[in-house]
Every structure is written in C-alpha cells, then in structure tokens.
Write a protein that binds this ligand. Structure first.
Ligand code: NDP
Length: 275
C-alpha cells in the first residue's frame, strides 16, 4: 500500500466543521507537507461501504462527528476500552492491512481541560447523547464522587446511568462542575435557558462551566457564566483538545496546540488552565 497521508472528518452534514482548518494548520506547522485533511461528507446509508475504502484511497485516519460516532465504533475491528465503554468513536485509525481502530478523544479532552482534577468532585451533566456519555464516563473514570445526569427525555438519562454509572436527576442540583452536552444553544438564542433545567442565576452554584456546543459566537450559557466570572471551558477549546489528541494518534507527532487554537479562532483569553 502506498504511503497514506490523507486525513478527514466524517459527518453529515459536515461543511461547517473547523477541523480541516485546524488540522491543516497543524500539519503545515509540523512540516508534514504531503499530508492533507479534508471534509468527508458521507450520508448515513453510505457510511458502512465508504469507511473501509478509505485506507486504499490513501487515508491514515479520520475524525467522526454527528451522526456517525456510534456506527464508527461498530464498524471498527478494534477499539480502545474507553471507546467501547462510551459506545462511540470520534477517531478512526487505518493500518497498512486496512484494519480500522477506534478511539474516543472527547473523553480525555474534557478531563484535560478542567481547572481541577475530577477525583472527589461532583458534576451535573446536561444531556444523554453521545457527548454526554463521553463526559459521564470520563468524570467517573477520573474518580468523580457524584455525577448527576439530567436530560430532556428523562428515560434516556436513566438508561445512561444504568449503563455507565452516575445518578439521573430531574432538577439541576448544585455541583462543582456543570457540563452542558445538549444540542441547545447552537443558534446563540437566549431561548437556550428555556430548554435547560436552570436559569442564569443558578450558575453561581457551580465552580466551573463546560459547554460542548460551539457556533459562530459564544453560547448564551458561556456568555452568562463569563458575566458571573466563572471559569468556562467552551466548545472551541474542547474541539482543539480532542483534535490535538487525534492529531498525535494520526501522525505520531506532538500537536501544536497554540497553532490549532489560532486556526479555529480561540481567543487567547479564553483558556481555562488547570490549577
Ligand atoms: P446527540 O444527538 O447524541 O445528543 C443530543 C442531546 O441534546 C440529547 O441529550 C438531546 O435530548 C438533547 N437535546 C437536543 N435538542 C434539545 C433541546 N432543544 N432542548 C434540550 N435538549 C435537547 O449529540 P451529541 O451528544 O453528540 O452532541 C451534543 C452537542 O455537543 C452538539 O451541539 C455537538 O456539536 C457538541 N459537541 C461538541 C464537541 C466539541 O468538540 N466541542 C464534541 C462533541 C459534541 P433528548 O434525548 O431529549 O433528545
């Protein structure tokens, strides 16, 4: 098989992804001039036949986004323990034999960005989809003492907790950490708070706010948390952190994180460093 230096992000739709800009900037910075990272728009019904063809087409790996993360794990020949436990993969690696290896870098990225280690801490996770599963797994794996899960469809929160651990809740209880993992807030509308179990004034009950959602601007949640001087980790920071881990898996080279942050438009004052 010829040298494989192609990478991409599989999604549907995927045209708004900032991963190509982020990874191509990193590849250029590291002098990996033969490498390219591209959008891979693949409809769900074509996913199963498209992905196994990627190694032959010169691909070394791919990131996976909505709606393919669970399917990507099912398709893989091998998977890391965390990807299996979470039930979703956001990173695929293709070896020279065409075998597919799956990982989930969302989980370690969330923990790496926290301003404190999760051991002994409490968290309220909003949402019960793929990213909430990664957050709950990561926090419990990191030793969190109590991980509460609230979801619009309460039954899904109960099912997630029955599988991964954690405690399903129907109201927003106080915690050290608030982790927002629903799709609400993408459009930047203030209606976001009507769709969540807490209002802006309740944000003071959390020592740090993590919002996985990123759009063109700040979400109402991150705006409100910053206005209350709370430490905030936003979706762009997480995009960079999970992308940096994937970059290192793809290339075997350290990720130039500052270059990646600049490429996706993370302002320098937005980082929330671990203390
Ligand atoms: P899923 O589709 O798996 O889950 C969506 C979740 O959002 C469900 O819990 C769903 O609740 C809830 N939800 C959807 N619409 C609403 C609404 N109007 N009000 C309240 N809850 C709602 O998505 P993911 O978990 O994969 O992703 C969630 C978000 O996180 C997305 O915006 C995604 O882009 C972002 N994300 C960002 C990453 C990053 O790198 N920054 C990484 C991964 C995800 P219900 O069960 O009731 O339908």
């Amino acid at each position: 098989m010829k040298t494989r230096t192609r990478l991409g992000v599989l999604g549907w739709p995927v045209r708004h992804s900032r991963s190509p800009a982020m990874h191509n900037a990193a590849l250029r910075f590291r002098g990996l001039t033969a490498w390219r990272y591209q959008l891979l728009p693949v409809a769900p019904e074509l996913f199963e036949e498209t992905v196994p063809a990627l190694p032959q087409a010169g691909f070394r790996g791919a990131n996976v986004t909505i709606p393919h993360k669970e399917h990507a794990l099912e398709l893989a020949d091998t998977a890391t323990k965390r990807a299996r436990a979470i039930g979703a993969a956001n990173t695929l690696l293709f070896d020279d034999a065409g075998q597919i290896h799956a990982d989930n870098t969302d989980a370690p990225a969330i923990v790496a960005l926290l301003p404190f280690a999760p051991a002994g801490r409490t968290a309220l996770v909003l949402g019960a989809g793929g990213s909430a599963r990664a957050a709950v797994w990561a926090l419990l794996d990191g030793g969190a003492s109590d991980v509460m899960v609230w979801n619009r469809t309460a039954e899904r929160a109960r099912a997630l907790c029955a599988e991964l651990g954690g405690r399903a809740v129907e109201v927003a209880e106080q915690a050290d950490l608030l982790v927002h993992c629903t799709s609400s807030g993408l459009d930047g509308s203030e209606r976001m708070f009507d769709q969540l179990p807490l209002g802006v004034d309740a944000l003071r009950r959390y020592a740090c706010v993590v919002d996985l959602v990123y759009g063109d601007g700040r979400t109402p949640l991150t705006r409100a948390a910053r206005a209350r001087s709370l430490p905030v980790i936003d979706g762009l920071e997480l995009l960079v952190a999970q992308g940096a881990l994937a970059f290192e898996l793809f290339t075997g080279v350290p990720a130039p994180v500052d270059v990646m942050r600049l490429a996706v438009g993370v302002a320098q004052d937005r980082a929330c460093a671990r203390v």
